[in-house]
Design a binder for this molecule. Structure first.
Ligand code: ADP
Length: 144
C-alpha cells in the first residue's frame, strides 16, 4: 500500500496553509506519497442556535460542501504535488474528530498540521492541533 499523508486545511486561514506547503511537498516526495487534504465544515446546529433558520438563511449543506471543495481545490494548487497523488475531502462536524477519524481510516502515516492561528498568541497549540497531537495513532508534524 502506498504511503498516505493527511493535511487538514482550515480554508479560512491562508497564512496557516502557507506555512505547511514546504513540509507537505517534502514529505510527498518520499515514496511518492498520496496526499489527502481535508477540510471540515463545523456543524450547522451551532449557527441554528444563534437564531439563523436552517432552510431560509443558511445555504444547504450540499452547497456549502461544494463551495468548500472548490476553495480547497484552489488552495491545493499552491502545492507542487502531481495531481494524481492529490485527494480532496470535505466533511461536516467537529474538525478534530473528523481529522482523527480520517487519519485512522486511510490510514495516514503522518498528519501535517499547523500549530495555531498566528494572531492568537496565548496558546502555542490550537485546540484542533492539540487534540490531533494527543490522540492520533500516527506521527504528527506540527508546523510552527
Ligand atoms: P486555532 O484555534 O488557532 O485556529 P486550530 O487547532 O483550530 O488552531 O488549527 C490548527 C490547524 O488545525 C489548522 O492549521 C488546520 O490544519 C487544522 N484545522 C483547524 N480547523 C480545521 C477545519 N475546520 N478543517 C480542517 N482542518 C482544520
Amino acid at each position: 500500500m502506498s504511503r498516505m499523508i493527511l493535511v487538514p486545511i482550515d480554508i479560512s486561514d491562508s497564512e496557516l496553509t502557507q506555512r505547511v506547503i514546504a513540509h507537505v511537498e517534502a514529505e510527498a516526495k518520499i515514496d511518492d506519497a498520496q496526499v489527502h487534504f481535508l477540510t471540515v465544515i463545523p456543524s450547522l446546529p451551532y449557527y441554528a442556535s444563534l437564531g439563523l433558520a436552517y432552510s431560509a438563511e443558511l445555504p444547504a449543506m450540499d452547497d456549502l460542501k461544494a463551495e468548500a471543495k472548490s476553495q480547497l481545490e484552489d488552495i491545493t494548487r499552491k502545492f507542487t504535488i502531481p495531481r494524481d497523488r492529490v485527494h480532496l475531502h470535505v466533511t461536516e462536524g467537529s474538525p478534530k474528530d473528523k481529522i482523527l477519524e480520517m487519519a485512522k481510516k486511510l490510514p495516514a502515516e503522518m498528519v501535517i498540521i499547523s500549530s495555531h492561528r498566528p494572531d492568537i498568541t496565548t496558546y502555542l497549540l490550537g485546540s484542533n492541533a492539540a487534540a490531533v497531537v494527543r490522540h492520533a495513532e500516527c506521527s504528527v508534524l506540527v508546523v510552527r
